[in-house]
Design a protein around this ligand. Sequence first.
Ligand SMILES: [Zn+2]
Length: 284
Amino acid sequence: MLACSFSDALCLRYTHAKVKSCVKKVRAFLDKHVPTLVVLALVILALAFLQHYWSDPAKAQTIGALFSFIASAILVGVTWEYVRINQKSFSLQQAQWEQQNRVVLRFGVRRYRGRAQVWVANIGRIDFLISELRVRLKNGEKIVKNERRIVGSGSRRTFSLPDKLWSNIPLLSTFDVQLRYESQHESGHSAVRAFTIFIATNSEVLKVLRGIEDIWPVNCPKCGHFGGGMVTESLDNFDDALERELVMKSELQATCPEHSSQWSESVEHLRERRKNGQGTVQED
Ligand SMILES: [Zn+2]
């Protein structure tokens, strides 16, 4: 009985906590030493049996064989567990290695001295090479620029864009950018991202925005008339835009001749967006 100077309830709680901690300690001990205890118990048991049946060689031999079999079974079990743990640790190491050797890049377009350029940041642990810069214009035209520049871990590099994107273009230009990268262990393509650049009358780039900030007219596939401008908010690239355009076209067709769609851009909405610059990030 535990002698307690404080109230019974507190005493009970104290005893309960003490028992709980004892059970925890015993469980931890057993978890750690169960295989050793089992082997030890078997050895003691085998010795006891052998001593008991020492006078009868036939029985002693049988018991010896039985314990040899049990010992072999334990050995197989331990080996199997060892292999299993090793495999688990190997998979973990492999996942860690892959994580550390993965190419992690961020990119965007920014304004620089009246022109636009692509910036690429390497936030991974290994260096990589940018081997290609792909630009796709709204009319579907593709420009591929071969590059041979290494972006070191923790650094940022810039790549020039073709002048064609802003020279002699009135007001604005929208295009997709994608990069091809190569590292010691992998090669691949970045995500495809759309950017809109605003251009002055002297062909100087004024501002760069992420996303498609252009007017996107859609005709009704049934009657061929103009069905409305499409909302281009939160579109990552032209492929996304074409997908949305298909949805809008089917809705225009279904509601012809009223032509209504969830993606129809209203003048108020357009004005609001222009005012707030919502859904876009300035890259300058
Ligand atoms: Zn129509």
